[in-house]
Design a protein around this ligand. Sequence first.
Ligand SMILES: Nc1ncnc2c1ncn2[C@@H]1O[C@H](COP(=O)(O)OP(=O)(O)OP(=O)(O)O)[C@@H](O)[C@H]1O
Length: 290
Amino acid sequence: MKLVINDVAVSFGHKNVLQDLSMTLESGGLIGLIGPNGAGKTTLIKVITTLLQPTQGTVLLDGVDIGRHPNVMRQVLGYLPQTVPYYPQLSAKAYLQYVAAIKGLPSKRGDQQIIALLQQLGLADVGKRKLAAFSGGMRQRVAIAATLLGDPKVIIVDEPTTGLDPIERIRLRNLLSSLASDRIVLMATHIISDVEAVANDILLLQAGHLLFQGTALDMMQAAKKQVWEYILPFGQQPRTGAVVSGIIQESDGVHVREIASGKPTADAVLIEPHLEDASMVLLDSQVSQR
Ligand SMILES: Nc1ncnc2c1ncn2[C@@H]1O[C@H](COP(=O)(O)OP(=O)(O)OP(=O)(O)O)[C@@H](O)[C@H]1O
């Protein structure tokens, strides 16, 4: 499957929220969508999920314009929004049966899928319990099961790991990654380590523009020779304006990880960038001006 985004723009009044966005998204590996608050991630997702018509441009799913034919997308879509509906009086199973019916799944097939998904998401023992008794993480897993019902070929998840503990988070990102082998799976997140662990293709948005598309390796390559480490005496802070991606108190002093295009202190040494450093390098235009 292939999703082609062609010169998409979205404006609300005079505010340009997305501008000149062009990209191709394909099945075969998880796509990670990252960017600071307000970058336009959710707006882009709304355009792809046909909840919002772009002000300009087109989105083609396997060659079909989904602006003109939204059902072509809707029939194959599993979408987990940032805020999910919550029905405390329903059991997890009853809620999933309700979603299955809305998705038009025959009840036998729906029930088979519900059993498999409850199992896959570690909810098999609590399927009959009311959602009111669920923790936030358990509720999120039910929402993920609802998203995956009907075996959608395009899966779009907006901040899916919110509220999940580290083990649940890893399980979910692995599940999404395995689903991506023959589906388009797009995951918007603020958690860079999730993207680093499972995304083949990373989209970095800033202020409505696509700043970068490529692999984690490509992104880290872009940050080479811009990440430094140095040690400060205890109690001393990095200088004002320094772009610092990490500070660790060690026995010999304060180890500072700083993004800079030139050597920030006399004893600073270049170190290998992590993906988080790389996103800071790409996002922080101040670095190139220093
Ligand atoms: N309906 C709307 N009317 C006006 N402005 C909007 C509307 N929806 C979004 N925006 C603005 O568009 C910009 C992008 O918002 P969006 O929610 O897409 O960003 P985001 O990258 O998903 O942010 P976050 O990481 O905080 O969820 C923000 O400045 C937001 O205030």
